[in-house]
Write a protein that binds this ligand. Sequence first.
Ligand code: FAD
Length: 323
Amino acid sequence: MARKILVLGETKENELRNVSFEAIAAAHKAAEGGEVVGVLFGEGAASHAEAMIQHGADRVIVSEMDELKQYTTDAYMQAMEQVCEEEQAEGLVIGHTSSGKDLAPRLSRKLSSGLITDCVEIEGEGTNAQYIRPVYSGKAFEKIKMEDGFLFITIRPNNIPALEADSSRSGNIDTKTFTISNLRTIIKEVVKKSTGGIDLAEANIIVAGGRGVKSAEGFKPLEELAGVLGAAIGASRGACDADYCDYALQIGQTGKVVTPDLYIAAGISGAIQHLAGMSNSKVIVAINKDPEAPIFEVADYGIVGDLFDVIPALTEEFKKVTA
Ligand code: FAD
């Protein structure tokens, strides 16, 4: 049965995040030939609507109201509630990102809907679709089927492939204003942390350091390798707790959950809380001088050695192939 499914797109630093396209692909599976309607809020939203259409949205609702310039729970809640009511859609897909994780449970309560969070794969289509999500810190997966009611899912970035962009696609772009009142949070200024350019959640390659890097200076060889590979830098909580790097880089149960094509873990022991954030990476390379380190149990390639020898050697080799 064809259904209308909404997709809330997300921008970051005036760029449309890739998870928005992945959410459109997920919505098409749920829509079973029905309409997929993109929703975009914030500064410059209208300029990204076309990209959503090229990636599969049939129509896009945009709003550049001042109240929606930056994500705040209250404003986005109120606007999304109105979109859901006006559109009478049968479902909503959003990214399992910081703002998505904040918005989804509150909005699902308002809509009195169920919520399937952190979906990494979809099997089947329409009302027969099964939504797969990790449980027990990624040690197992559960499959959820929602046969009736409003379908609300959040998808983990980098897992559900986006559809190929098709520049011949066209669709309406509807500009809307909403009634937004009683805001408890007003963002006056955004102060960016300087943690490097590539978004960890959407990075294809991550070079992560742990307590084994021994100092903030010890991250330098990792940064050099990351520069050659076009990778993002990540870290274990051990490294963050030791003040070698910013907590924004932390990967794991209480940090970011990542699924890159390649994850290079240097000087990270592989505690269960760290594995919870990276064990679904497609290829894991572990560098550790302790051959018994648990990280080797999840690694596809293990290098037993001193990271300060291994990382520069890898950087030199990669320089030869990327030159
Ligand atoms: P360590 O365990 O100290 O390991 C350092 C490793 O470096 C060792 O294996 C050592 O052999 C190796 N090493 C040392 N020198 C070198 C060298 N020169 N070359 C190569 N290898 C070297 N942790 C997270 O990462 N993310 C989380 O989100 C997270 N959440 C948590 C939540 C809770 C509730 C709790 C209790 C803990 C959490 N932790 C988390 C902490 C976690 O349990 C570990 O303490 C942490 O992951 C350890 O970090 P590490 O591997 O860098 O340090």
